[in-house]
Ligand binder design. Structure first.
Ligand code: PGA
Length: 251
């Protein structure tokens, strides 16, 4: 059975003390979330160490928003997967559309980051998704297929079993305009079929595919009800503990 995951990507928000208040509130409210739903908090790097301490002994998992493609060395400003692992985080987002757009990260670079994450025992949450013009011109399946094939197809079967995928149409991120549950389902089924064709049906059936993009308490239930949607990667709404927990309760 594939895991159901609700992950909160805080992006570049909160001071450390605000982050601690937020995580304390999420932990307190998380008793209302069924144990079968995995909750992940993804704060800025600077807060990871502290937040892991608060999350210890709770059902909460902690992840980072990015990692370097290299393991160590003279790369000023970068944070390696082993550093993230060393503070006790277990997940890492790879290839968020904001990284692709503002930091020019491409599919091949992301492949190297995924391998770094895997060799340090972190679970990559690999993000894919088309931009508005690619949606409107009807190219969205091709775009996502290329993102999947160029970043994931050289992984071994064993490595692929550790990947979580997040489908995040760029036009839905932070815009308040979510994909319809049908659009999400169609793309998630397509991604799963793409994984099945390259790897195996069993691997595809077990890969968790999260939806991201203006997911909120008012639309999560309908989106999560779709058979190929295994949870969400939540941006804005993850900064409000009540909203994040309400989304996780939407299954
Ligand atoms: P959003 O962001 O929920 O604010 O649209 C989602 C994401 O970027 O992961």
């Amino acid at each position: 059975m594939r895991k159901r995951i609700v992950a909160g990507n805080w992006k570049m928000n909160t001071s450390q003390s605000e982050g601690i208040e937020l995580v304390k509130s999420v932990i307190e409210k998380s008793i209302a979330v069924p144990k079968a739903i995995e909750l992940v908090i993804i704060p800025p790097f600077t807060h990871l160490n502290e937040i892991v301490k608060y999350a210890k002994g709770t059902s909460l998992n902690v992840g980072a928003q990015n990692c370097a493609e290299w393991s160590k060395g003279a790369y000023t400003g970068e944070v390696s997967a082993s550093m993230i692992k060393s503070v006790g985080a277990t997940y890492v987002i790879i290839g968020h559309s904001e990284r692709r757009e503002y930091f020019k990260e491409d599919n091949r670079l992301l492949f190297r980051k995924i391998k770094e994450a895997l060799s340090n025992d972190l679970i990559p949450i690999y993000c894919c998704g088309e931009k508005l013009d690619e949606r409107e011109s009807g190219k969205y399946f091709d775009v996502v297929e290329q993102q999947i094939s160029e970043s994931l197809f050289e992984l071994s079967h064993e490595q692929m079993q550790k990947i979580v995928i997040a489908y995040e149409p760029v036009w839905a991120i932070g815009t308040g305009k979510n994909a319809t549950s049908q659009q999400a389902q169609d793309m998630h089924a397509f991604i799963r079929a793409t994984i099945a064709k390259k790897f195996s049906k069993e691997i595809a059936d077990n890969v968790s595919i999260l939806y991201g993009g203006s997911c909120k308490p008012s639309n999560a239930e309908e989106i999560f009800a779709r058979p190929d949607v295994d949870g969400g990667l939540i941006g804005g709404a993850s900064l409000v503990a009540d909203d994040f927990i309400a989304i996780a309760q939407s299954f």
